[in-house]
Each structure stands twice: as C-alpha cells, then as structure tokens.
Design a protein around this ligand. Structure first.
Ligand SMILES: [Zn+2]
Length: 280
C-alpha cells in the first residue's frame, strides 16, 4: 500500500497522511499539491472512495533560507493569479469533514482547523501563541518548542526536527518535545507504518534517533550514530538541508562541545542562537 501511495503522492510524508486516513487514525488530512498531481490524486480518491476538496485559493511558497527546498512560509493568492501555485487538498472518508475543514481554513480559523486535524489542544494553543512571532521568522516552531522543553534529550517519537528529510511521525509542531499527547499520536502512527512496512518503520526509528543541530538560516543537521558524554558530542554521519560552510566544519570535526541547548562549540568556533537536541 505504501508503495502505491508513493506513486500518487510522491513523498513519504504525504503518503503516510493518506494511509492514516485509510486506516482510520485520522478523520481528515490536509496537504499541498500542484495541478498535475491533483489529477492523479482525484483518480486515487475516487477509487478508494475518499472525498477530496480543493481550496478556492492557491498558495505561493517562499523557500526558506537554509532549509533545502523546504518552505514553511506561504502566501495565499486568488485562483486566477498568473503564477503557478499549489492548492490545499482536504481528504477524508467523510464528505462533511473534508468540506468543513475547507470552510474553516478559508475562514482562517486556525483553532478549528487544528482540532479537526486531530492536533492536541496543548499544541494548538502553542501554535496560536507563537504564530505572530514565528511568521516574522521562518514559521518554524522548533526553537520555541525547545525553549518550552526541559533538558535536551527527548523521546524519538517527538522528533519533528528531521521532517526536512521527509521523516516524521507527526503532522503538527509539538508544543514541547516531551508532549505526551504528541508522543502517543506518533506511537500509533509508527504502529500503523509497521503493519504496512516493517522496513520503513525500522528506517524511521533509526533516523529519528539522532542529535539535531538547528539554525535559523544556516541549515538543519541530523547528526547520526552520535555519542554524547559530558557535554562532548561525537557523531559519525551527517544529514544536512544545505551544503555550506557549516556542513564542511561539522564534517571536518566529527565532534563538538555542547555548552547549552542554545550554544555549541566546534573547534574554535562558537555558535549561539542555535537549537541543539538529542532524540533517543
Ligand atoms: Zn502538546
């Protein structure tokens, strides 16, 4: 099933969202797609008896600095806007739910949208509280979530920082990395993945267990096969959203000193205003 989904929805994150609907883990999901993809998705939904609603607006994505081709910032434009854009799709087994989600999003009711998408209340509140400040940044809630979190070592289920590599068990920003409700959702999702593909479940688990170096503008790095002892971190492999000087420095050193969850030292270089966290 996952392979079939990937043919239609291309990336793993979107494919899994639809799997969760088919497996009744989610009532309704939302995703982006371009015009070409929509034609395939329409056929698929018809075959699977899923209801599909398409937004009455397009979105133009602004590519974030330092996050590969990833974008968290989007601009809504009317359907007749000349530039090519993406549409929001709402998919559910229940027609009313797909329609209602579309309505709530058109109205801009973020609280209702979050609730319909099954996000925990604590995380919806967190999203609303930080929305204004994060819109000025790159709409990425990693640093506020880390600030909300105690310590820097967390359950791998809550690792939402490697979603840039198409690896995640969540579809929302957890309000902190120990959020119990988020971890429970992620555990159920992982069980569902396991049922369909042991291989993918194992791959996810191994990739989610990593140390993460998050920077606002210089990329996000997953440090794999890591060992953290007395503030000294060693790692064997790196996944990065960008190929830049920082990646070069990380590769050359293979270790760093963790001063705090917002400060690290690599060689003689001190990096502040970063986010550092580990997932076990
Ligand atoms: Zn939460």
């Amino acid at each position: 099933m996952i392979n079939t989904l990937k043919e239609i929805f291309h990336n793993t994150t979107r494919s899994l969202e639809v799997l969760y609907v088919l497996e009744n883990l989610k009532d309704v999901v939302r995703m982006d797609a371009n015009q070409l993809e929509i034609e395939k998705i329409k056929n698929f939904c018809h075959e699977q008896r899923l209801f599909l609603e398409i937004s009455d607006f397009k979105i133009i994505k602004e590519t974030d600095k330092g996050k590969g081709a990833f974008s968290n910032t989007a601009r809504k434009v009317p359907l007749n806007y000349p530039e090519e854009g993406l549409f929001h799709l709402y998919i559910s087994k229940n027609k009313n739910k797909a329609t209602f989600l579309k309505m709530m999003e058109t109205k801009g009711d973020d609280a209702a949208v979050g609730e319909m998408l099954g996000y925990p209340q604590c995380c919806i509140d967190f999203f609303l509280e930080n929305k204004e400040s994060q819109q000025r940044m790159q709409n990425d809630y990693i640093l506020p979530a880390l600030k909300n979190s105690e310590g820097m070592e967390f359950d791998f289920h809550a690792n939402y920082a490697v979603r840039y590599f198409d690896i995640t068990l969540l579809s929302h920003f957890p309000h902190n990395f120990s959020c119990k409700d988020s971890i429970n959702i992620a555990k159920k999702n992982l069980e569902c993945i396991k049922k369909h593909s042991k291989e993918l479940a194992e791959y996810f688990e191994s990739k989610l267990k990593c140390a993460v170096l998050y920077t606002e503008h210089d990329g996000i790095f997953a440090l794999e096969d890591y060992n953290l002892k007395n503030n000294s971190l060693e790692y064997k492999q790196i996944l990065g959203t960008v190929n830049n000087q920082l990646l070069g420095t990380l590769r050359k050193n293979n270790k760093m000193e963790v001063v705090s969850k917002n400060e690290i030292k690599i060689g003689e270089e001190v990096l502040e205003d970063i986010g550092f966290m580990t997932f076990i």
